[in-house]
Design a protein. Sequence first.
Length: 463
Amino acid sequence: MKKLNQEMNDLFHRSMDSHLRLAVTGLSRAGKTAFITSLVNQLLHTSTHDNLPLFAAARDKRIIGARRVPQDNLMVPRFAYDEAMDSLNGSPTAWPEPTRDVSEIRLAIKFKRTKGARRLISKESTLYLDIVDYPGEWLLDLPLLSLSFEEWSAKQIELLKGDRKQYAQDWLQENESVDLMVEGNEKLLANVSARFTDYLHRCKEAGLHWVQPGRFVLPGELEGAPVLQFYPVDHSKQTYENADKHSGYSLLKQRYEEYKKNVVKAFYKQHFSTFDRQIILVDCLQPLNVGPEAFNDMKMAIDQLMDSFKYGKSNFLRRLFSPKIDRLLFAATKVDHVTPEQHTNLLSLLQQMVHPAWQHTSFEGIEMQCMGIASIKATDAGFVNSQDKSIPAIQGIKLDGNELTIYPGEVPRKLPQREFWEAFDGKPAFEFHSFLPKPNPSDEPCAHIRLDKALEFLIGDKV
Ligand SMILES: Nc1nc2c(ncn2[C@@H]2O[C@H](COP(=O)(O)OP(=O)(O)OP(=O)(O)O)[C@@H](O)[C@H]2O)c(=O)[nH]1
Ligand SMILES: [Mg+2]
C-alpha cells in the first residue's frame, strides 16, 4: 500500500511538470554557443548565487535547483556544454569552438509554485527545458520552397554584382566549359558545384550573411551528398526548354527539387514545428565594422529570417507544418563590445532592423521583444581622463593576449544610410575588437549582461 501511494505521488508530481522547447538561432558567429553555454551555466548556479536579478523566479528564490538530464531526442547530437566550459575556464581562456550542426541540451529546473490552482496541490514543479542550437543559415532556405529552379537561378544571378561577382569568378569560368544540354556528367557537375560552394564560402568569409542554399556552407551530415551538388543557371543566355530528361540541366533541376523536398521541407517539419519559443541572436556590430555591403546583406538575411514567422492563415508555412511559437526574442549580442551609454543606440538599431516584419499584421499571437545582451561579458566598462575630459571606455584582453582600453565608437541609432558610410571614407566606422573571455573561478557563474532579462521573457511565465 505504501509503495502504491508512493507511485501515485510520483505520478501526480510528474503530471505537474511542464515542458518547453527553445530554439536558439542566429546567423553565423552571432553568439549562439556562448548564449546557450551561459544560459545553462547561470541556471546551474542560481540556487547558490544571486546571478539573475532580472529573472523573477531566481530573484525571489523560487528556483530550487537546475540540472542537466538526458535529452529525449536521441537522433540529435548533445550540445557540447562541458567542452565549452573547458575552453572558457582554460588557461589561457578561449571561446568555444564554432558549431556546424544542430545540437540539443535538456535542463530540469525545479521550482516552487506561486500561483494558480496547482499551487494548492503541489508546491514544487519541474520545468523541462530543451534548448536547441541550430544554424540560422538553414532558415535562409525558406524562400526556396516557393521558387522554381528558374526563379531561384534568376535571383542568384542577379546578386552577382560588386564583391560577389569577384568571388564568383572561378565558378563562372568553370561554368563556361559545361554544355548542360548534353547528357549529364556527374563528375563535371560535381566540380562546378564545388566552385559554386567555394563562392558561397568566400561570401561568408567576407562577412556576408546572405548565403543560399544554407546547407552548402554548413552541410552537417549531408557533406558530399549529390543533393548538395547543383548551382544556378543563367536562363537569359540560353533556353533550356527542350532539355532532355537525362541532360545536365535536368539533373541540376532535379537536385534542386530534391533539396527543397528532402532538406528544406524536412528541416521545417522535423525541427521548426516542435518549438515553443525562439530567440534570434544578431551581431549588429560585426557588419558595422565591415561596411555598407555587409550591413545591407545582413539586413536582407534578417528580413528573410523574419519571414519564417509570418504565420498568416493562408501562408504556405502554416499548411506545411503547424508552428506553435508564441514568444520570439530578438537579442543584439556582444553588447560588452561597446561602452554602456551606447547600449540604447544598439537596441534602437536592432529594433529598426526588425521593424518591418514586426509591424506585419500576420504576427498573429506571437509576442516579440528586443534587447541587448552579452552572454559572457569579456570587458569592464569605465572612464578614462583625457585633457580634462572623462571619456567612456571598455577594457579587456585582446585575442593576442594584450590588454586594451578603448572607446570603440558611436553606434548609429538608425539604419545607416549612404551619407553615414561616406563620412567614413570606406574605412571601418568603428573599432569593435574581439576580446578573450575573462578568467572566472570555475565555481562562479559567468559574468553576463541582461541574460536574466532574456530568461525572464523566454521562460519567466513557466516557472
Ligand atoms: N565579448 C563577447 N564576445 C562574444 C560573446 N558571445 C560571443 N562572442 C564572440 O563571438 C564569437 C562567436 O560566438 P559563438 O557563440 O561561437 O557564435 P555562434 O553563433 O555559435 O557561431 P557559429 O557556431 O560559428 O555559427 C565568439 O568566439 C566570441 O569571440 C559575448 O557575450 N561577449
Ligand atoms: Mg555555435
